[in-house]
Design a protein around this ligand. Structure first.
Ligand code: NAD
Length: 497
């Protein structure tokens, strides 16, 4: 029997009254393991109203007390780390190691939120004019909302609500309907950490719930992570409704391989970064650009990739798990077929892949194309599957030109033994997160997650100082006190009486 995943509205876990039900399935066999009743418009409105009410008192709670809630929360997350990773692995199909990484990267943001007092510090200048001082405070916005994707059901919600709430806001989370069990557990632990009623709300559902958040006048800011089309819709609609919006979208990340790089490191790193997590990462390396003689390593890369096999979440030998849904698998298979039809050389074809006993799962084997060109759909579209596209460039300059012509700008890596080459690449590349001999350069939470171009719509990015700016308003105060007004002598005596 499948369990019902609950909403958390006004301090209570509730089933919801919506008539639309969405099943949560085990991607390894597509059996239903849980379900949600999609939140109705009145339910989302009730969550927003409760968050608005809670904001009145939460914003007045001392910053050190808000930090203490985060301290208890990060402690609870660590205590329940493996349990969270197990829930996550079961509903996403990720391997246990990968699931643990998903949880851990989220915990790191919750840890960062413990430092909120220092992050909120404003600025001061004394004597901007005679007897006049100017200083600024950062104050919370009100009710903020988060809409998150399926591929990191722990990390991405944790990018958002701990920092937003530590800043003094209240928060409504609408996680992916495909894996809502992990977010439910994150919210239960937040309640256990002592967060007052109403500070965090959880509503499950689809576009209906999102549209209420996008249009409701009491939602002040929206954080979104997901696909390009939906990201553009969220950004346009949210800003049309005069909200602050940060929307992280899809990607196509290039890795440039110079002939002076360490070959074995390149191969090991590319295998993990391209097909790891079944390629369902916004920072996956999905395009490898071999410069000059580096192309001679393609056969060895193929050999290494062919040894990776997908498997169940608790199979320690599995390189990665199934894709999230039959629809995701169908989309990836369609793109693989298009790649072949458009003339790319398919060196490894994972289209016909299965795992014994789990034949109905959403499996796709490691797939590798060579001779990919920029006009092919496998190059233009984010595949979001275990597929690596190989290309060749004659020089570093050509490789830079190729990467900069991409509409996306989430992440990129260069493998080289030359500091000068790396320096030129990091300086000239129009991508927001650059790895030098590092395949997936996701910054830790004291920096921010700084995707560019078509991978991000907005101004302030996720976590770090930028998130604190996103979730706060700056108030600048200019004050003048006249020295002549200081009470002294007989006047002071009067004042003291
Ligand atoms: P998605 O866009 O389908 O869904 C994301 C969220 O939007 C979900 O909560 C979903 O319910 C909601 N949604 C879906 N369709 C909607 C619509 N028409 N109107 C309103 N809301 C809608 O994304 P996904 O498939 O869950 O996640 C994968 C995508 O997320 C990939 O493109 C990946 O690159 C991207 N992603 C980006 C980053 C980043 O930091 N740039 C990080 C992780 C994932």
């Amino acid at each position: 029997m499948s369990t019902q995943v609950k909403h958390y509205i006004d301090g209570e876990f509730v089933n919801g009254s919506g008539s639309k039900q969405i099943n949560v399935t085990n991607p390894a066999n597509n059996e239903t393991i849980a379900f949600i009743n999609c939140a109705t418009q009145p339910e989302v409105e009730r969550a927003i109203a409760s968050a608005k009410e809670a904001f009145k008192s939460w914003k007045e709670v001392a910053v050190s007390e808000r930090a203490r809630v985060m301290l208890r929360y990060q402690h609870l997350l660590k205590e329940h780390h493996d349990e969270l990773a197990t829930i996550l692995a079961q509903e996403t199909g990720k391997t246990f190691e990968d699931a643990k990484g998903d949880v851990w990267r989220g915990i790191e943001v919750a840890e960062h939120a413990c430092n909120i007092a220092s992050l909120l510090m404003g600025e001061t200048v004394e004597n901007v004019a005679r007897s006049i001082d100017t200083y600024s405070y950062t104050q919370p916005l009100g009710v903020c909302a988060g809409i998150t994707p399926f591929n990191f059901p722990a990390m991405i919600p944790l990018w958002m609500f701990p920092l937003a709430i530590a800043c003094g806001n209240t928060f409504v989370l609408k996680p992916s309907e495909q894996d809502p069990m992990t977010p439910q557990r994150l919210v239960e632990l937040f309640e256990q950490a002592g967060a007052p009623k109403g500070v965090l709300q959880l509503v499950h559902g689809d576009k209906t719930a999102v549209d209420v958040l996008l249009s409701h006048p009491d939602i002040k800011a929206i954080s979104f992570v997901g696909s390009v089309g939906v990201g553009q819709y969220i950004y346009k609609t949210g800003t049309d409704n005069l909200k602050r919006v940060q929307a992280f979208a899809g990607a196509k990340n290039h890795c440039v391989i110079m002939p002076d790089a360490n070959k074995q490191q390149v191969i090991n790193n590319l295998v993990g970064a391209s097909v790891g997590a079944a390629g369902q990462r916004c920072m996956a390396l999905s395009v490898a650009v071999f410069v000059g003689a580096a192309k001679e390593w393609i056969p060895e890369l193929k050999e290494a990739l062919s040894k990776v096999r997908p498997g169940l979440w608790d199979d320690k030998e599995a390189g990665y798990g199934p894709l999230i849904s039959p629809a995701a698998k169908e989309r990836v298979l369609k793109l693989i077929a298009e790649g072949k039809a458009e003339g790319a050389e398919c060196l490894l074809d994972g289209s016909d892949c299965t795992v014994p006993g789990y034949e109905s799962g959403n499996w796709v084997g490691p797939t590798m194309f060579d001779k990919v060109t920029t006009d092919m759909s496998i190059y233009k579209e984010e595949i979001f599957g275990p597929v690596l596209c190989c290309m060749e460039a004659e020089s570093l300059e050509d490789a830079i030109e190729l990467v900069n012509a991409s509409p996306y700008g989430n992440g990129t890596s260069i493998f080289t033994a030359s500091g000068a080459t790396a320096r030129k690449y990091q300086h000239e590349i129009e991508v927001g997160q650059v790895g030098i001999n590092v395949p997936i350069p996701v910054p830790l939470p004291f920096f921010s997650f700084t995707g560019w171009k078509g991978s991000f719509y907005g101004d302030q990015h996720a976590y770090g100082k930028q998130a604190v700016r996103f979730y706060t308003e700056t108030k600048t105060i200019t004050s003048r006190w006249f020295e002549s007004d200081i009470a002294s002598g007989p006047n002071m005596t009067i004042a003291l009486k």
